[in-house]
Design a protein around this ligand. Structure first.
Ligand code: GLU
Length: 505
């Protein structure tokens, strides 16, 4: 592990720039996490920018979902759509004037041009290229229109897009912090669109204009954007602006390491990929933070668990491994269990309340003030790996247990023996001081007297009280239910078993 991190530049401004085309997923959250870690490590600013220029793929509640997910993970932003800031607005659809101005500036400078080709012409062009076995791309016919031809088309009111005049030859050289120089032949790039005919910018124009005017120092984004980097290089050069440092983050693979962790793959394997699903499934944000941080970044190969503060202190872009990283889902439950056990009982209760309230249909306040529930939590805490696993361990407090009478019969005992054990245990519980040690001793003595193992007496009591074979420790259950309710449930079990036995099962 490197004990010293790379010195920070003087002014670090990083942005997370999601497109609101879907809910926050693993990849986006990991990008945001690294952005945030770097900003916090360098005492810089973390900016949230919404890139909503693709109107066709817009998902209305995704902005809210993205913000909720980031906040849940504890990734607070210093500037953004809801908190404001000096460089706003932070939603691209509110910055259209700026993109239009700079696209036209490039046209005026002779670095971009208006293209009047209609969708039909473009389709025809593609068809002919395909017929000739050529890769489909714009053939640049409008690049060579005379000023008069352009003026005439404009006078006719024909719609146009603005395209970049990509150099016809030479190399385009861009730099990625993790991979070094990335070089492509300009001839492989086409005259990409900057401004669409509806006045909306393309991603390429908007991202460059915004990163420049928002004074972004470092662009951290997914590896899938590497092919765009040369285009951005050309745009920065055309504008005469300094290019921020770019760092493309490794692809996240599925646990087998065989393919990209996509929504489809996640659905097929039943694994969560959306942050809202992780949350729903009872993962703690601090465990998610820890788990996500390690997908592609090595804090220290020996250290699995670290706090936010430790991550901030150690974060260094040079320790990000550009190789694709498999998401170790098998570790997540274990890690979550570790974080659950670190909570105080009060904290655990607060985290559980939304789940319990929803599952049991009881208001949070009622549950919060229920001493019986609180009493069970230490043993619940030892047993769960996800918050959702608590409900079946405590629901017996609020629901009449339901079970088949045969479930009461412990291993290697008969119905008659179980009936006798339950009756005797009922009387012991009625007469013994209501306190765990005394009850346990009395019931163990009872088992010995009856020639049974302690478990053969405890098991039917557990089923009678909870309706389950697996539940928190028996004496926690008895104390949580109280004497009266314990006896009532035992009586009910005795009656059930007797009837079942008499009816010849
Ligand atoms: N809006 C892009 C996305 O959806 C962000 C790309 C970038 O960070 O430059 O992921």
């Amino acid at each position: 592990m490197t004990s010293e991190t790379t010195p920070c530049p003087e002014r670090v401004r990083v942005r997370f720039a999601p497109s609101p085309t879907g809910y926050l997923h693993l990849g986006g959250a990991r990008t945001a996490l690294y952005d945030w870690l770097y900003a916090r490590h360098c005492d810089g600013s973390f900016i949230l920018r919404i890139e909503d220029t693709d109107r066709k793929r817009y998902v209305p509640d995704s902005v809210q979902d993205i913000m909720d997910g980031l906040r849940w993970l504890g990734l607070d932003w210093d500037e953004g759509p809801d908190v404001g800031g000096e460089y706003g607005p932070y939603i691209q659809s509110q910055r259209l004037d700026l993109y239009q101005k700079w696209a036209h500036w490039l046209v005026d400078e002779g670095k971009a041009y208006k293209c009047f080709c209609t969708p039909e012409e473009l389709a025809q062009m593609r068809k002919e290229q395909q017929a000739r076995g050529e890769p489909p791309r714009y053939d640049r016919r409008c690049r060579y229109l005379t000023p008069e031809e352009v003026a005439q088309r404009e006078a006719e009111g024909r719609p146009y897009v603005i395209r970049f005049k990509t150099p016809l030859e030479g190399k385009v050289v861009a730099y990625d912090l993790l991979r070094g120089l990335i070089e492509v032949d300009a001839s492989t790039l086409d005259d990409f669109i900057l401004l669409k005919s509806d006045g909306y910018p393309t991603y390429h124009l908007a991202v460059v204009v915004d990163d420049h005017f928002m004074e972004i120092s470092h662009v951290l984004r997914g590896e899938e954007w590497i092919p765009s980097l040369p285009k951005h290089r050309l745009l920065y050069d055309a504008f005469g602006w300094e290019m921020p440092l770019h760092c493309h983050l490794p692809v996240i693979l599925d646990p087998s390491g065989k393919g990209k962790m996509s929504k489809r793959r996640a659905e097929k394997s039943g694994l969560p990929i959306l942050i809202r699903d992780f949350r729903e499934q009872g993962y703690l944000p601090e465990a998610m933070f820890n788990w996500l941080a390690r997908i592609g970044w090595s804090y220290d190969p020996e250290v699995e668990i670290f706090s936010r503060e430790e991550a901030i202190a150690h974060f260094d872009l040079k320790d990000i491994n550009p190789k694709p990283a498999a998401a170790p889902y098998s570790k997540l439950d274990w890690l979550n269990g570790v974080y659950i056990r670190r909570l105080s009982v009060d904290e655990l209760l607060e985290r559980l309340l939304p789940f319990l309230s929803r599952d049991l249909d009881i208001p949070e306040d009622t549950l919060r003030s229920d001493e019986r529930l609180r009493r069970l939590l230490p043993s619940v805490q030892e047993r769960i790996k996800r918050l959702t696993e608590a409900t079946p361990l405590v629901d017996f407090l609020y629901r009449e247990p339901e079970y088949e009478p045969a479930m009461l019969i412990a291993r290697k005992t008969t119905a008659a023996e179980t009936l006798a054990a339950l009756q005797a245990a009922r009387d012991v519980i009625a007469q013994t001081p209501f306190e765990a040690d005394a009850l346990e001793k009395a019931l163990r003595d009872l088992a010995a007297q009856m020639g049974l193992k302690a478990g053969q007496v405890f098991a039917p009591i557990r089923v009678a009280l909870t309706g389950k074979k697996v539940a928190p420790p028996l004496f926690d259950i008895i104390l949580a239910l109280g004497r009266e309710e314990t006896l009532r449930r035992l009586d009910k079990a005795i009656a059930l078993l007797r009837q079942w036995d008499e009816e010849g099962q």
